[in-house]
Each structure stands twice: as C-alpha cells, then as structure tokens.
Design a protein around this ligand. Structure first.
Ligand code: IMP
Length: 199
C-alpha cells in the first residue's frame, strides 16, 4: 500500500465532500487546502480546462505534492450555455447557492426549452508541472421549483436524464455514479492508479 499524499485543490465544501467519496478507493491520503494556508489561487477565466490546470498546477508546485482540481459549471441551452464556467459567480458576489439558483429560475421562467448540462474538467498535476485532464458531462433538464436537500449548488433545480427527481434528491452514491465530476474522475482513474504506484 502506498502512503502517497495528494492535495484536493478546492475550497468548495460540496465539491470536497464529493471528491473524497469518489476517491475513497485509492490508497492515498487526501489532504485539503486548509493544511496549506497562504497559497494564492489563480484568477479563474472562462475555460474550464485551463482553470482546472491552473488550480491543480498552482497547488502542486506550491506544496510539492500531486494535486487534483476541477472546474465545473452548469450550461443552460436556452441561455446559450450560460452560466457555464461563470456558474459560481452567476448573479454577482452578493448571492449564495440558493440566491444563484433562484436567479436562474427567474431567468428561465418563460423558457420552454429546459435542457441543461453539468460540465466538469478535472486536472491532476504533479509537482514537476506535468498535468493530465479529463472531462465529464451530465445532461438533464432544469426544473421549475427547487427540490431536495442533498448535493450543493444548482443540484435542487437540475433533473438528470434518466431520473425523475432532482440531483439534490439522489443519494450521494447515485449522484456520484452519474455526475459530471464522477465521470471526469472515473476517466482519470488510470492516471490516478499510475500516480499511486509511482508513490
Ligand atoms: P468552480 O469552483 O468555478 O468550478 O464553480 C463551479 C460552480 O458550478 C459551483 O459553485 C456550483 O455553482 C456549480 N456546480 C458545479 N458542480 C456542481 C454540482 O455538482 N452540483 C451543483 N452545482 C454545481
């Protein structure tokens, strides 16, 4: 068994909980950014993949440990793909998760086309700067009313294709099996296994 330590390069509590569950099978010690105060994270742009690379690389270089990061967002067809990479900032700095989803519901009040997709790019960076990325996409529709208390962010207003409930009503294991983040991390598993073997 390896005693490798890897850093989860995110300060988002909802994401961290999902990362930890998704990565629990690997024989590594996952540490949070809280153990490394003072790392200044890069400004986020509008390219998921580039954002994920920059977050993971910044943390791997600063800590000397491999680091995993993601950049994700909700793309709404009727809004031309918005809020997309700007999902965390939708509606401006004064809003919390509930404020953002209420704003999105209001923006979509008249829309019949409810198609949407969660998109995630996950990046795994090594301290020497090498970095691999993978994408995961979860398609579905936007609901008209928020329902469910699980997950985080826009989960209460997103119904994944093939399900009759919101993402926030799924058990966390069910969400992780179909989610954009779960799919991106599953696609990264060969690289994670190689990293664990490499120690
Ligand atoms: P990031 O930290 O810039 O990647 O922000 C991603 C934002 O997209 C989050 O703050 C949420 O608003 C939204 N988001 C990403 N993944 C999820 C998810 O799994 N459920 C609900 N909202 C999500």
């Amino acid at each position: 068994m390896s005693s490798a330590r890897l850093v989860l390069a995110s300060g988002n509590a909802g994401k961290l909980a999902e990362f930890r569950a998704l990565l629990a099978a690997y024989p590594v010690e996952w540490v949070g950014l809280g153990e490394f105060p003072g790392i200044s994270m890069p400004e986020e742009g509008t390219d998921y993949r580039q954002n994920a690379i920059e977050k993971a690389r910044t943390v791997a270089l600063a800590t000397g440990l491999p680091a995993m990061a993601d950049d994700s967002g909700l793309e709404v067809a009727a809004l031309g793909g918005a809020p997309g990479p700007l999902s965390a900032r939708y509606g401006g700095p004064g809003l919390d998760d509930d404020g953002r989803l209420q704003k999105l519901l209001a923006a979509m009040a008249e829309a019949d086309d409810r198609r949407a997709a969660f998109v995630c790019w996950a990046a795994l960076a090594r301290p020497d700067g090498r970095c691999v990325t993978r994408e995961g996409v979860c398609t579905g529709v936007l609901l008209r009313v928020a329902t469910g208390g699980g997950g985080f962010g826009y989960d209460p207003i997103f119904q994944p294709d093939g399900h009759a409930v919101s993402m926030a009503e799924l058990a966390s294991t069910e969400k992780n099996a179909i989610s954009h983040r779960g799919l991106a991390l599953a696609a990264l598993s060969p690289e994670l296994e190689a990293l664990v073997a490499w120690g």
